[in-house]
Design a protein around this ligand. Sequence first.
Ligand code: AMP
Length: 455
Amino acid sequence: MENDIITFQDLNLNTPLYNALDDLGFVSPTPIQQESYSIVSSGRDVVGIAQTGTGKTFAYMLPILKNLKFSTQENPRVLILVPTRELVVQVVDEIEKLAKYINVRVLGVYGGTNINTQKRAVADGQDIIVATPGRLFDLAVSRVLQLKSIQKLVIDEVDVMLDLGFRHQLLNIFDILPERRQNIMFSATMTEDVDELITDFFTKPERVTIAVSGTPLENINQQRFNVPNFYTKVNLLEHLLSDRDTFNKVLIFVAYKKMADRLFDQLEERFNSESCVIHSNKTQNYRLRSIEQFRAGDNRILIATDVMARGLDIDNISHVINFDTPTFPENYMHRIGRTGRAEREGQSLVFSTEKEQDAIETIEQYMEMQISIQSLPDSVDISKELIEEERPQIREHNNPHKRKEDDAPGPAFHEKSEKNSKENLGGSYKFKIAAKYKKPKTRGDKNYNKRNKKK
Ligand code: AMP
């Protein structure tokens, strides 16, 4: 009788890979690994929609490593592009674990570090390069890194990549890659930008989708609080965080950088050395240090923006706290997916103001479930004080004190950009998503709007 349980034995791997998987203690491929394996192996272009935590790194690395022949040639044959330096480190680490018994040379390169050291490492000869787009391009332009032998291009976290404004860099890289290559792309969400990139550069890609609403939800206990404003949210947060035993490893999400800093300042007063913060304005060293301190448990609280925290793989997060309510349910799913990993029970809390009620409703529709509402504990003070974004807005032209666009408040407070509000008759995804959620589903985050204004 056919057995329902699929193990790695069913994937026809090879001994070195089986040994590495044994060492890791992995027995069954995750759904995205099962589904991607034969497609990636076939050599066709692939678009995988899967969030971090689903095992997507191995989903592309298992077939790549299985099929990569030993070589002594200097030029790399596999190029993996990821949006952040943290992810370069993480992906290299994963590959090294999986390739423990394979003679393969893997190098991670990213900006903000000495390029000459990386040039020397490239010149030693590599099989697989994991890179952020900017540094990769610099190395290629310097001619130290030859891309003419690249057979497989993996772009991981494409949605984040495009959010961070790497589109042009990606196109520049495509220009210098051999035309005959396999494109493998993974994205946690399907956005209009991602759809456009696929249409323009991929050849009849196979799509592999792992339903976002699948796995993680069962492991995650979700609760929501209705909270009138920022300072009351801070009060509630402080109340919760004072229970150090229960809230022992807490990842707090906020929509944008300024809010991250503002919240960090608030928490500093009370939780001095216990909290740290990451967003794209912080230096590379600062971010790495924060992540390490949080991972190691030296800091109990990490405040992060969506894009910065998306790819992070940190174990044993006790609580994800959505300090704001994301407008797009996919972002909410990403956030809460940071807890409740590896079969462990996770806890997620979301704070919503009056303005954020639509967003929480959309999230509930998306998950097809209600999040149970908790009332504010009596000891939490309701603040009357409002932050700048909460005050009634007076629109002025040419006001030199106006907030910079890249630090604009999250989507709930946004006007639609011109392009965003236009009917796009070309995008098939938009129609599907619109029919599903009633509301237009372009990426309404700040970066989306920012990019389109610049165009
Ligand atoms: P990723 O989605 O690639 O970030 O992977 C999330 C985590 O799951 C990583 O720590 C992997 O090492 C782990 N992982 C990947 N594949 C499996 C598997 N088949 N079984 C158990 N854990 C896995």
